[in-house]
Design a binder for this molecule. Structure first.
Ligand SMILES: C[S@@+](CC[C@H](N)C(=O)[O-])C[C@H]1O[C@@H](n2cnc3c(N)ncnc32)[C@H](O)[C@@H]1O
Length: 265
């Protein structure tokens, strides 16, 4: 698996400027384009699917602020597991230390399965002048983590990051709009990756999960041992929650029991 630069925009990538160009089912999202991307008119490109899942910029910015507060200062790499059109990756790449100048992350890796979507993300990041600060990967982010843990030699040199100083941000697909009608969204039914699958893949690292606003908090709480704190934040735009984010600390392995300890017990 290797990083990719400058993927070409395709017929699936759009920058719509008039309502008449927009498919009817996307028109209400397009009407919110300046909330989603305030610099939309500078040439933001989206795929049709991306309108449903993109993180609006005000949420992405606030979320990075919270994410940085959640992780320790020695975490210098962040992986955006589901880059989409760049809503979160751009804000992660723009994050700075308190001096307002030094980048908070030495490396931002953004992984996306779909080539047209990734091309939009690269285009959009260029508008914010951060395209070259992001290491882009076209592929399956679960496969990426598996290679990182077990066969790092199969990753390009710029992707072989140290797990000990790496954190994860994940805004997975939510499996269509069904979550909107559920009073409490059952995260075991989230498709194509449910909460257990996400947590299993990410648990070695501090990770933030961007989830439906009605997600079942009891299911999230069960991811960590009793007494361990998980922050869960609702992110709102114009008074309405868009999503909740769960900030989940890396699992601490139980200390190995030495033969001497065993004989004492
Ligand atoms: C909810 S969207 C992410 C939106 C993104 N945060 C943004 O602001 O644009 C989920 C994205 O994950 C991508 N995806 C799905 N499975 C993936 C996988 N296994 N690895 C990488 N990307 C994946 C989808 O193509 C989709 O673009």
């Amino acid at each position: 698996m290797k990083s990719v630069k400058n993927l070409p925009l395709t017929d699936e990538c759009h920058h719509w400027t008039h309502l008449g160009e927009v498919p009817w089912d996307l028109q209400k999202y397009w009407q919110q384009r300046y909330t989603i991307f305030p610099f939309y008119d500078e040439g933001i490109y989206m795929t049709e699917d991306a309108w449903y899942g993109v993180t609006p910029e005000p949420v992405a910015i606030h979320l990075v602020y919270d994410f940085v507060g959640f992780i320790s200062a020695d975490k210098r790499t962040v992986i955006d597991m589901f880059a989409g059109v760049g809503g979160n990756a751009i804000s992660l790449a723009m994050a700075t230390e308190e001096d307002g100048y030094t980048p908070r992350f030495d490396k931002v890796i953004a992984i996306e399965l779909d080539a047209a979507t990734l091309a939009c993300a690269q285009n959009n990041a260029a508008i914010y002048d951060v395209a070259d600060k992001i290491t882009w990967v076209l592929g399956d982010s679960f496969k990426f983590l598996e290679l990182l843990a077990n066969s790092p030699d199969k990753l390009g040199a710029d992707l072989r990051v140290d797990i000990a100083t790496t954190t994860i941000f994940a805004s997975p697909p939510w499996g269509g709009p069904g979550y909107r009608t559920d009073e409490i969204f059952d995260l075991t039914t989230m498709e194509p990756y449910n909460l257990a699958a996400l947590h299993e893949a990410y648990k070695a690292m501090d990770h933030a999960l961007y989830l439906p606003r009605t997600s079942d908090l009891r299911q999230i709480a069960k991811l960590v041992p009793d007494g361990v704190k998980i922050d869960v934040v609702q992110y709102c735009v114009e008074g309405a929650s868009k999503a909740m984010v769960a900030y989940i600390p890396a699992a601490v392995e139980a200390p190995a029991v030495s033969p001497a300890d065993q004989s004492m017990s």
